[in-house]
Design a protein around this ligand. Structure first.
Ligand code: BF8
Ligand code: SF4
Length: 600
C-alpha cells in the first residue's frame, strides 16, 4: 500500500514518502494480511483450554458443544466489557481524585468549576446549599457507590440523567422479556464493576450459552458506560478542570515547533495532561528550556487526551490515532508522554531511532523500551516537573538532519460542551428544536471513534461528514473523528458554505460551524445528554428524534461499547469495518434487527 492509499491527510502522506525505512502500523497491517477468517467472523473461542476451537462447515461445535451463536455472542460481550472497563476505570480515577480534593488529601488539584459541581449535585438529587468541598465529597461518594453498590437497583447516575421515557422503556423491556421467555434478563445496570465482572463470568466456559441473554448482558454493560462511567468521567472532569467553552485551536503535525521543546501528550486521562500543560508554562520550566537553547516549551496532544486539553485549555492537537508514530517520525519530538489506551506498543522501538523519550506514566500501562516515570496524583506537580525536565534535556540531542515537520496546520472552532452550546443558543434548546421542526436541520448524526489502517486514514470520517452537512444534517462528534474533521478544516465557519441551505442558514445565525467538536470519547456522554435534553424538552423518547450514530473507522473495543449504548438508548448506529459477528446469522439478526426494534 503506497502513501497515497494510506491517508487523505497531506501531512501524513508527505511524511510517509520520506520515512519509508521506518516500520509503521500500515507495514504491520500488510504483514498481517490476509487476516484469519475465523477471527474476522467471530467464530473462534479461546475461553477454555479444551480449545482453542473454531467453527466451520466441517466443525459445527467447539469441544464443549458451543455453537457459532454462543461463541460469536460471547466474543461480542467480552469486547463490550473490555471497552466499558477502559472508560469506567478512567472514571474511577477521576472520582477518586475528586474525593481526595474534597478531603484535602490532594493539594495539587482543585475544583475549577463550582457551578458545574452544583449542577451535577442537583442532578443527582443532592442538597446543593453547602460548602463546596462538602458537596464535592458527596458527589464523589455517589460516583463511587455506582461502582460498588450490591443492591439490584439501577445506577444512580443513569437514573438521574436518562430521560424518564427511556428509563420506562428499559423497565418494560425487562418485564416483557421475562414474561415472554420465562427467563430473567436484565437491561438496567446495577453497578459498573459488577456488570463488567458478570459479563466475564457469563462468557467463561460453561455458563451462559443463550445468544439473546448474552447480548442483553452486553447491552446492560454498555449502559453502565454511556450513562455511567463515561458520563461520570465527563461530568467530574468538568468539575475539576472546567467545563469547555467555545474557542479556536490549531491542528495537525505542523503544530510541532522547530525551535521549542516539543512535548506530545497521548492517551486519555486529563489528570496527567492538564498537569503537564499547567507545569510547562511555569517560568522555571521556560528558563530551563532557554538554557538548552530552545525558545520555550510547546505542549501538544494526540488522541483523546489531546481532545481533553484542546476542549478545556485550547492546546493544539497534533493528530489522531494514526498520527502517533508520525509525530515521532518528524524527528522534532523531545518527549511522547503517555498514560492509558490507544497507545501502540511500537512507539518504544520507534522512539529509539530518534532522540525522543517515550515516557510511560501509569501503573496500569507499561511498554517495551519506554522510560517509566511513575505518575502519582498526590505528587502531580513534582512528577510533571520531572517529565518536562526530561523532555528539556533531550532537546540538545535533536538531530537537525532528521527533523521533518510537515508544513500543515488547520484552524478549528472547538469546545462545544452542552453548556457552551446552550449558551450559544441563547439559553435554551428552543432554536435547535425549531430548526429541526421547520426542516432546516433534517437530523443530527454523531460520528465517533478511531482510525483504522484497514480504512484509508480519515477518508470515511471526512467524506461522510461532508455528505451529511450537504444534506442539511448537523454533525456532532468526538474522539479521533473530531480530530480528523478539525484537520480537514471542517470545523471552521467557512464550512457553512458547503452545507445545505437550511443548515447553512441556522449555522450562520448562530455563528457556529456545521460540524461540532464535543470532546473525547468519554464525552460521547455529552451527546447522550444532549439527546436526552432534546427528548426531555419535547416530552418524548430519544428514539423519537432524528438522530443516528456512526463509527466509520472504528478500531477499539471502546467503540463497540459506545455503539451498543447508543443503540440501546434509541439511536441507530452504523459501524465500519464490519464487527466480527458475521459467523452467526442469529447474532447478526439480533444486533441489526431485534435489539434495534426492541429499543426503539
Ligand atoms: O477514546 S477514538 S482510537 S483515541 S478509542 Fe482511541 Fe478510538 Fe481514538 Fe480515544 Ni476513542
Ligand atoms: Fe472450545 Fe468451548 Fe472451550 Fe470455547 S469454551 S475453547 S468453544 S471448549
Amino acid at each position: 500500500m503506497g502513501a497515497e492509499e494510506r491517508s487523505v491527510d497531506p501531512a501524513i502522506k508527505g511524511l510517509l514518502k520520506v520515512s519509508q525505512s521506518y516500520e509503521t502500523v500500515w507495514d504491520r497491517l500488510d504483514s498481517q494480511t490476509p487476516h484469519c477468517k475465523f477471527g474476522l467472523q467471530g467464530v473462534c473461542c479461546r475461553n477454555c483450554i479444551m480449545g482453542p476451537c473454531r467453527i466451520s462447515q466441517k466443525t459445527k461445535f467447539g469441544v464443549c458443544g458451543a455453537n457459532e451463536d454462543t461463541i460469536v455472542a460471547r466474543n461480542v460481550v467480552r469486547a463490550i466489557a473490555a471497552g466499558v472497563a477502559a472508560h469506567s476505570d478512567h472514571a474511577r480515577a477521576v472520582a477518586i481524585l475528586l474525593a481526595e480534593i474534597a478531603s484535602g488529601e490532594n493539594q495539587d488539584y482543585r475544583i475549577a468549576d463550582p457551578e458545574k459541581l452544583k449542577a451535577v449535585a442537583g442532578r443527582l438529587g443532592l442538597e446543593t446549599q453547602k460548602e463546596l468541598l462538602v458537596l464535592a465529597k458527596e458527589v464523589a461518594g455517589v460516583a463511587m457507590e455506582d461502582f460498588g453498590r450490591q443492591a439490584e437497583e439501577a445506577l444512580k447516575f443513569l437514573k438521574s440523567y436518562v430521560p424518564p421515557q427511556r428509563l420506562k422503556r428499559w423497565q418494560e423491556l425487562e418485564k416483557n422479556l421475562y414474561k415472554q421467555t420465562a427467563k430473567k434478563m436484565g437491561i438496567l445496570p446495577r453497578n459498573i464493576d459488577r456488570e463488567i465482572a458478570e459479563s466475564l463470568h457469563r462468557t467463561t466456559m460453561g455458563v451462559d450459552h443463550d445468544p439473546l441473554s448474552l447480548l442483553l448482558q452486553g447491552v446492560r454493560t454498555s449502559l453502565a458506560d454511556g450513562w455511567g462511567g463515561s458520563l461520570m468521567a465527563t461530568e467530574l472532569q468538568d468539575i475539576i478542570f472546567g467545563t469547555p467553552r467555545v474557542r479556536a485551536i490549531s491542528t495537525n503535525l505542523g503544530v510541532l515547533s522547530a525551535d521549542k521543546v516539543n512535548i506530545v501528550i497521548h492517551g486519555h486521562e486529563p489528570i496527567l495532561s492538564e498537569k503537564i500543560v499547567e507545569m510547562a508554562s511555569h517560568p522555571e520550566m521556560e528558563r530551563l528550556a532557554h538554557e538548552v537553547g530552545a525558545e520555550g516549551i510547546n505542549v501538544v496532544g494526540i488522541c483523546c487526551t489531546g481532545n481533553e486539553i484542546l476542549m478545556r485549555q485550547g492546546v493544539p492537537v497534533a493528530g489522531n490515532e494514526l498520527h502517533q508514530e508520525m509525530a515521532i517520525l518528524t524527528g522534532a519530538v523531545e518527549a511522547m508522554v503517555v498514560d492509558v489506551q490507544c497507545i501502540y506498543p511500537a512507539l518504544g522501538k520507534l522512539a529509539k531511532c530518534f532522540h525522543t523519550k517515550f515516557i510511560s506514566t501509569s501503573d496500569r500501562a507499561k511498554f517495551p523500551e519506554s522510560l517509566h516515570i511513575q505518575f502519582e496524583e498526590k505528587n502531580a506537580d513534582e512528577v510533571a516537573r520531572k517529565i518536562i525536565e526530561t523532555a528539556i534535556k533531550a532537546f540538545p540531542l535533536r538531530n537537525k538532519n532528521q527533523v521533518n515537520i510537515p508544513n500543515h496546520t488547520s484552524e478549528a472552532i472547538v469546545g462545544f460542551s452542552n453548556e457552551a452550546l446552550i449558551d450559544l443558543l441563547g439559553g435554551s434548546l428552543t432554536p435547535l428544536i425549531e430548526a429541526m421542526i421547520s426542516g432546516d436541520i433534517k437530523g443530527v448524526v454523531g460520528i465517533v471513534g478511531c482510525n483504522n489502517p484497514k480504512v484509508k486514514h480519515d477518508y470515511h470520517h471526512t467524506t461522510l461528514t461532508q455528505e451529511l452537512i450537504k444534506r442539511d444534517i448537523l454533525v456532532i462528534g468526538t474522539g479521533c473523528w473530531a480530530i480528523a474533521a478539525a484537520k480537514a478544516g471542517l470545523m471552521r465557519l467557512q464550512t457553512q458554505e458547503i452545507s445545505g441551505p437550511g443548515l447553512k442558514k441556522v449555522c450562520k445565525a448562530l455563528k457556529i460551524p456545521p460540524v461540532i467538536h464535543m470532546g473525547s470519547c468519554v464525552d460521547c456522554s455529552r451527546m447522550l445528554n444532549l439527546a436526552g435534553a432534546l427528548a426531555g424538552y419535547l416530552k418524548s423518547d430519544i428514539s423519537d428524534l432524528p438522530l443516528v450514530g456512526s463509527a466509520p473507522e472504528w478500531t477499539t473495543e471502546k467503540a463497540m461499547a459506545i455503539g451498543t449504548y447508543f443503540i440501546a438508548s434509541g439511536i441507530p448506529v452504523h459501524l465500519w469495518p464490519i464487527p466480527p459477528v458475521t459467523g452467526s446469522q442469529t447474532v447478526v439478526k439480533m444486533l441489526t434487527e431485534d435489539i434495534n426494534q426492541s429499543t426503539k
